[in-house]
Design a protein around this ligand. Sequence first.
Ligand SMILES: [Zn+2]
Length: 337
Amino acid sequence: MPFHSIAGHRRLRSLLARAIARGTLPPALLLAGPRGVGKRRTAAAIAEALNCLDARRSPELEIDACGVCAACKRIARGVHPDVLVVEPGDTGSIKIEQVRDVVDRAGFRPFEGRRRAVLIDEADAMAPAAQSALLKTLEEPPSATVFMLVSAMPDALLPTVRSRCPRLRFAPLSPDEVATTLMREHGYSEADARAAAAEAGGSLALALAAQSVDLADARAAAQRLLETAARVADPARRVELAKELTGKGAAGAAEREQLAVCLRSLSSLLRDIGILASRGDTQLLANADLEPVLARLGSTFTGARSASAFAAVDAALAALERNASPKVVADWLVLQL
Ligand SMILES: [Zn+2]
């Protein structure tokens, strides 16, 4: 995918294009920023711009890939011999052998392209030994290779690795950028795209993942949790409910996303309870259909308890964002309300 097809990050894209056009791209880069905003796509665009057989310039970009030549297509399919991708395996970590393999291959001249690109996705998943193996190469990079480390948690990398890689900071996308991409690339209607973008916090990946989540189920689980928490103190019975928050039978990314949507529903319900308790404008309710239930819950979730419930939901969302286990987060949360 060429630079011009990437949503948002206009300044970063033109900066990168200029560096590539002028031959000043550093041999190692750290693409850092929230999940799902286009870091890996941008790294692939760099690899394409470096190796495209028909690169061109536009008013905004000093150089950009064409996206349709044989080199661009092979990079997009992940089969270009000079574009090496490393990512976590089944264990969730990047092993030292994987890093050694690309470091060895990076030592040779590119086969076909002008410059070899090594893309390490979720670079923070490299074991410390793997990072050390990479460090030697980052200290004396082979001239025809650029290393791109992609990470949503860059501070989990060794300081010695970070210091070798200039950091490109990716900001969340704007709701408009998320909505436009959902319509253009994923066939969303405008109404669906705007609704999904409003919930996605600037992450295209979150907007797309939410599609697989049953929003009604998530809200119902959040509602049951608040109702149970209001009358049951027994930890064992509460932990039973935690299972509903992560979705029955869901696993992996789906489980994580189900819990995230559930937590956002909890926030929204708590906010509505607060509005009703303070006799605020019922027009402001996000869950107007649940008004009688929420009004009843207002007698339990008053002042301090409501504030601490809000804080717990926030902390749970933050833990999830840091890759904590959904099950552990859910078990913890049900005991905080
Ligand atoms: Zn091309």
